[in-house]
Design a protein around this ligand. Sequence first.
Ligand SMILES: NC(=O)c1ccc[n+]([C@@H]2O[C@H](COP(=O)([O-])OP(=O)(O)OC[C@H]3O[C@@H](n4cnc5c(N)ncnc54)[C@H](OP(=O)(O)O)[C@@H]3O)[C@@H](O)[C@H]2O)c1
Length: 349
Amino acid sequence: MSSQPLNLAAYLTATKSTPLAIRDAPYPVPEANELIIRAHAVAINPVDYAIQAADTPPFPWVTLPRILGMDLSGIVVETGSSVTRFKPGDRVLAASDVIKKNASGAFQHFVVAQENMTSQIPESATFEEACVLPLCLAVAACGLFGRGYLALEYPTVPATKKWKTVLVWGGSTSVGCNAIQLGVAAGYEVVTTCSPRNFEYVKTLGASYVFDYSSPTAVEEIIDLLKGKEFVGAVAIGGFTSPGNGTAAAEACLEIVSKSEGAKFVAMAMVYKGEDPEGVESKFILGLDLKDNELGAIIFEDFLPKALEEGSYVYAPKPLVVGKGLDKVQEAFEVLKKGVSAQKVVVSL
Ligand SMILES: NC(=O)c1ccc[n+]([C@@H]2O[C@H](COP(=O)([O-])OP(=O)(O)OC[C@H]3O[C@@H](n4cnc5c(N)ncnc54)[C@H](OP(=O)(O)O)[C@@H]3O)[C@@H](O)[C@H]2O)c1
């Protein structure tokens, strides 16, 4: 019998900002629809350090010790019995669902991922580039295409124009960079907001119009722009570190949707505790909803590998690599806590 490889992980052993502890971990066993990936790069999301900083884990089923981390890229080392799209040696990116019961996340050498949340990556992509996408791609896809959210038509390669317009508030966030690209790939015209320093960047991702979210006239100007367009609704994204974690983004989108002709729906990247205006509906995006329905495979299997291969989908935002090794993950949390602008904090493994 061959012995299993040794695994190493960054464990969250306690909350209240207790630093991650690096120690041996069990080598994971894949279910039929899962694969094991040797992680070569991981990206950090605000939820990672939010769980660590909380007084108690924010989700009752998140028990400790736990391995956090939702974004990774690496090389497939093993596949479950029903996996057909991958074989050992394939270069991939994947989203790992650390929030679910008994889950174990990406901050370890050998990571479990579902087949429908994993995509092949081209030879030309570095692991550091590729790991910026999975979770925020999933969140953006859920908000734009999920049934019960905006339910837009799916992205295709190449895109087919729909002559309809979607608003992505917060286009330079990680979620926003994906929402712009997905909206464009689905054939929609994208209106977005960010700071002026990122105007050109979001245009390279395909946004047709960009406004400064901190301008007091942005809401009015967007309402004006949408007149005469077929408007299909909004995705509201704010900065996690900005005051109120996106309340301003939520309120701006609700006002625009309420005062414009078209779909009366706002998909919210963050929890919004205020009231929806009359006739408008909003819903918090459960970012990994798509792993349990057909949308996971539509995005990670049918769309993304093809779009990456032909270069119509890019690795955005750009990686900010903090260093190499699991002991750099805690340092990477500290970098993200200070806030980033159109960048994704990444650690090489
Ligand atoms: N629902 C889910 O499952 C899920 C999953 C992941 C993230 N999220 C949420 O999505 C939000 C974004 O997360 P992220 O990781 O994508 O963020 P991020 O990349 O860390 O966000 C940084 C960006 O926030 C932008 N920003 C700051 N204040 C803003 C405002 N008032 N309006 C619009 N943009 C603003 C900044 O833009 P400039 O530099 O251009 O000023 C900066 O580029 C957070 O609230 C996070 O909690 C939700």
